[in-house]
Design a protein around this ligand. Sequence first.
Ligand code: NDP
Length: 330
Amino acid sequence: MQDPVNDVVILGSGPAGLTAAIYTARANLKPTLIEGAQSGGQLMITTDVENYPGFPNGIEGPPLILEMKKQAERFGTTFIAGDATEVDLSARPFTIVVDGEKTLRTKSLIIASGARAKLLGLESESRLMGRGVSACATCDGFFFRGKEVFVVGGGDTAVEEATFLTRFANTVTLIHRRNTLRASKIMQDRAFRNPKMKFLWETAVVDILEGEFGKIGGLLLKNLKNDQTFVAPADGIFIAIGHEPNTSLFQGNLTLDERGYIITKPSTTQTSIVGVFAAGDVQDPTYRQAVTAAGTGCMAAIDAERFLEAESHIVIPTAGIVMPVDRFLP
Ligand code: NDP
């Protein structure tokens, strides 16, 4: 026998998904949350979080997620450890397959599957993540006051992160594999004028070297013009070679932008399919903060609740006459 149809299924367990769970649970919608491959999302690889309101002394990413999870559990969220591996959004109820095994059916879906920073793919990079290696200057820049910091990349993200880091670091060296940046002209000009900024052109990061106390100690770099390698002492390296949203499951189902982010109707979390909502980094190439993710998670929960409420008032007077759901949407 099939399981009953859920009112709400949430994909993702970062701040967006967990906030959506708290709100939908408190609205008695008994949400089921599929945690995803990286339970807790990007905050699980962040050390101190000092910009999330309510924590004057800061809090580390993992305990912050744990507190949100406890809050969602308290109001009756069901958590499923695993990843959504298939979705069918072509008809309602929508179906979601978890880890190729369990199938859930749901009247509404909140996608909060997040985004991930593109990484270089070095073993040392994941080993030293949070110990000098970071992919988020806004999150971690503060800890590099007076330090020697490097940023990899040549786009707007890299130049923006590098410029931000000059507020704290002694020197910020941008490492780029080409001899020109692809960042916008205005941001380039600002970076070139900044006395704390240095540039290593046509250079690649070969390895990130471990120093004392299990933290980063330096970088093994390669000059791509002459293939010579050299070591640069470093207190930190920020990988800023772009982000990618976790939307491979939705390609061909939902309208995505050219970079793969889910497009939502302005000022709402409504996607291109009625009853499917998106929150957090999966639909946000711009802000990408824990607090903005939580904010849109709240919006998605309210949008889903209103959608279900409107749908419950659909009357089917006689067999064969179905009222279009779209009529009841805001
Ligand atoms: P981009 O794709 O624009 O740039 C990525 C950069 O990383 C490129 O310079 C690329 O090099 C380099 N890179 C990619 N892979 C590697 C690798 N494996 N090793 C070394 N270097 C690598 O991504 P961004 O995140 O910078 O920007 C994405 C979009 O967001 C852009 O449209 C940008 O304009 C926008 N944006 C706007 C901002 C703003 O306006 N304030 C801020 C941030 C982003 P190469 O040049 O050789 O390809």
